[in-house]
Design a protein around this ligand. Structure first.
Ligand code: ZN
Length: 175
């Protein structure tokens, strides 16, 4: 496994629509392994293949659902779940939208306020070719919308109602 270089704006690869993955080859497995390692090293909670310069529809997300809620004293930390999705798509979106602050590993030094659907259903395939369906809400739903946008060449800055500069140490939950 290798930590790959994360591309930053204005790299044109970030603006291209990624292609469907046609089959799970050793190259796809290696890409996913590297993406997981790159996401963890960043650190981040999500990464899309175009962010490492590969124009394919693959995302990885690692997040403990509910971890944005305050924890009670003595409560054990939530265990993050790793999601690996090939050819993901959002098949259902709640009418309810929520505003939250996002940052992106490909847009260093900034954060912004973005409105997203509160709940989404994401469908895709895992590395065994099996169909996966995930119902996500809260921050996890936001991460999936952010990552799947990357596959269409869309960055959160396109959707942000306002943006501001941040120091690297203030960044949390990069995607
Ligand atoms: Zn991003």
């Amino acid at each position: 496994m290798t930590v790959r270089k994360i591309l930053a704006v204005p790299d044109p690869v970030l603006r291209k629509r990624a292609r469907n993955v046609e089959g799970i080859t050793p190259e796809i497995r290696a890409l996913v392994d590297d993406m997981v390692e790159t996401m963890r090293a960043a650190p981040g909670v999500g990464l899309a293949a175009p962010q490492v310069g590969v124009g394919l529809r693959v995302i990885v997300v690692e997040y403990a659902e509910g971890s944005e809620e305050p924890r009670k004293e003595g409560e054990p930390p939530l265990k993050p779940e790793l999601y690996i999705l090939v050819n993901p798509e959002i098949t259902r979106r709640s009418r309810t939208k929520v505003t939250g602050d996002e940052a992106c590993l490909s847009v260093p030094g900034f954060s912004g306020e973005v409105e997203r659907h509160a709940d989404v259903v994401v469908k895709g395939h895992n590395l065994h070719g099996a169909a996966i369906r995930i119902r996500a809400k809260g921050w996890l739903a936001r991460i999936f919308q952010h990552e799947i946008d990357h596959l269409d060449g869309v960055l959160y800055v396109d959707r942000a109602s306002k943006m501001w500069e941040i120091k690297p140490e203030d960044i949390q939950d990069n995607v």
